[in-house]
Design a protein around this ligand. Structure first.
Ligand code: NA7
Length: 541
């Protein structure tokens, strides 16, 4: 565009999930002209695509919701302790309607590329369909678990049956009745879907490469009294969430694990097991910091798993032994381990012989061919960076985000990237993000960005950009903190180790949401140190 033309929009938001919807709402409130582009046919982001049987949030529904509108909080009635995907998607559709967001969302529209024009300080986007559009601010609300990965296993095209990925599930659902089904992957998606698929299919083969720690969800209908009390006291509930380092309430014992006597330790962990939920990883101060501490919890959890599985040999294969408890994202399940007591379920331990290819009859492995009618890939995502890197983003001096992040993501606060002015990432790498309850983390980021845009307008600033030194220092700190924990000891998606060729490094900020929020707020209050704020090179006429 010519340097004196106004851009089409003040801001473009990429994505219309939890992050994109709230961003659009806040930007509108500031009086900015904003649009959201969404590749899906509806709102919801992750919750639009992940429609596999059993898909459910691992954070309790009363806490996994927006806090920005008191009426919304009071009026939405969650029905279960952990909301299932259809209910979360219904909630997001309700939010989109209630705040009249759809008129500024272009569905089935993919942002292919974005290039920063340094002569005009404007982003030029190539969108499909739609051609070219321009904006001042580019906000990536692209999600952390949105880039579904089918592993490059040779021969998939030759498969005679149907295959599916949990993260891209057919909207009409799948009926496995009478079918032999292979489920590849035993992460959260596999662990949630396998009991339901097994109950329907004629025979289910679970292809496990690495066993996972899973805690009973203890899901059930929400007590209407608890729902009402929460709705009436949401301000108190939200404040408790704000003061928690994970953004959901945890019953945290500040002692170190190793100082707690055996009987007391067992009783506390067993209580957590009985209560269900992810909070078990935050029972004591050092579980995520010390392998020895994590091992003490793991010992009890392994006994619990053994007690659920009838065949001791199968139980041993389902028990993780090669990485610390909670170093991979913990899973919550409803009847996962018990599913292996069914006659029509077979555990295929890929450590005895890996998958070698897909053939017309099924999955070929080093142990022989598993003949099936359907294959379910529960094989996860290119997490945290995949959905950003699939957009061809070019910043200053022709530098692409792919080049910039070739050695792994570098950001300032997980919000901004040096060389990419006026671009913000919501819950990006380098922020607490996936280590926290995502909805409050999203709200914190969106509010910070909105306040930042107000500051820029109030001070006549047109361009904001993370400084190289601040970005380096922040990223080094993110890695140093990560190295103090047990997380690097596992081959997880947190580390980028689930994707061949992806740079390895712990991506989220592990210092907790409270500290992180204080840092972000301090930076805003101090006039944005670590960012360069500049006037626009060419003012529009
Ligand atoms: P995850 O947690 O990344 O799990 C993927 C699973 O798929 C995991 O068990 C992998 O084994 C397995 N996998 C991946 N590629 C292969 C191949 N090529 N062969 C065999 N097995 C494979 O993804 P999810 O969708 O379950 O969950 C993602 C997050 O969503 C979850 O953590 C929650 O935050 C919500 P591996 O462990 O790598 O050996």
């Amino acid at each position: 565009m010519s340097s004196d033309a106004r851009p089409d929009f003040d801001a473009v938001v990429v994505g219309a999930g939890f992050a994109g919807l709230y961003t659009l709402h806040r930007l509108r409130g500031l009086g900015l002209a904003a649009v959201a582009y969404e590749r899906a046919g509806g709102v919801g982001g992750t919750w639009y695509w992940n429609r596999y049987p059993g898909a459910r949030c691992d954070v309790e529904s009363l806490h996994y919701s927006y806090s920005f509108d008191a009426d919304l909080e009071r009026e939405w009635d969650w029905t279960e302790r952990y909301a299932a995907q259809p209910e979360i998607l219904a909630y997001l559709n309700h939010v989109a309607d209630r705040f009249d967001l759809r008129r500024d969302i272009r569905f089935e529209t993919t942002v292919r590329s974005a290039a920063f024009d340094e002569t005009a300080d404007v982003w030029t986007l190539d969108i499909d369909p739609g051609g070219t559009t321009t904006c001042r601010f580019l906000i990536l609300a692209t999600g952390c678990l949105s880039d579904a990965q089918v592993p490059p296993i040779p021969g998939l095209d030759s498969f005679a049956g149907r295959w599916y990925h949990t993260g891209n599930w057919p909207h009409e659902g799948v009926d496995f009745t009478g079918q032999r089904v292979a489920v590849i992957g035993t992460g959260s998606s596999g662990i949630q879907s396998i009991p339901i698929i097994a109950a329907q299919a004629e025979h289910t083969y679970v292809l496990q490469r690495t066993p996972n720690f899973s805690i009973p969800a203890r899901n059930g209908p929400l007590d209407p009294r608890v729902l009402r009390e929460t709705q009436e006291n949401y301000a108190v509930v939200r404040e408790a969430i704000r003061q928690s380092p994970l953004y959901f309430p945890v019953n945290f014992d500040p002692r170190g694990t190793l100082g707690v006597p055996d009987d007391e330790f067992r009783s506390i962990i067993e209580d957590r097991w009985e209560g269900g939920g992810l909070g078990i990883a935050a029972t004591f101060a050092d579980i995520l910091m010390s392998e020895q501490a994590a091992e003490r919890v793991a010992g009890i959890v392994r006994q619990k798993i053994r007690a659920k599985v009838d065949d001791p040999a199968v139980a041993e294969r389902l028990i993780p032994t090669t990485y610390p408890f909670a170093a991979k994202r913990l899973c919550l399940d409803t009847g996962y381990f018990e599913t292996f007591n069914r006659d029509d379920v077979t555990l295929v331990d890929l450590r005895d012989g890996p998958i070698t290819g897909i053939v017309p009859e099924g999955v070929a492995t080093g142990q022989g061919t598993i003949e099936v009618d359907a294959i379910v890939f529960a094989t996860g995502f290119d997490a945290m960076t995949g959905s950003i890197l699939r957009i061809a983003i070019t910043g200053r001096g022709g530098l692409t985000i792919q080049e910039k992040w070739a050695g792994g993501p570098v950001t300032y606060l997980g919000l901004a990237v040096h060389g990419f002015p006026n671009l913000f990432t919501i819950t990006g790498p380098g922020s607490p993000s996936v280590l926290s309850n995502m909805v409050p983390s999203i709200e914190q980021h969106v509010d910070w960005i909105a306040d930042c845009l107000v500051h820029l307008a109030d001070h006549g600033v047109d361009v904001i950009e993370a400084e190289a030194a601040a970005e380096r220092e922040w990223t080094d700190q993110v890695h140093a903190l990560g190295d103090m924990t047990i997380f690097p000891k596992a081959n997880s998606w947190y580390m980028g180790r689930n994707i061949a060729g992806k740079p390895v490094g712990f991506m989220p900020f592990v210092g907790g949401t409270v500290l992180y929020r204080q840092i972000c707020d301090g930076i805003a209050e101090s006039g944005y140190p670590g960012f360069s704020l500049g006037a626009r090179v060419n003012q529009p006429a």
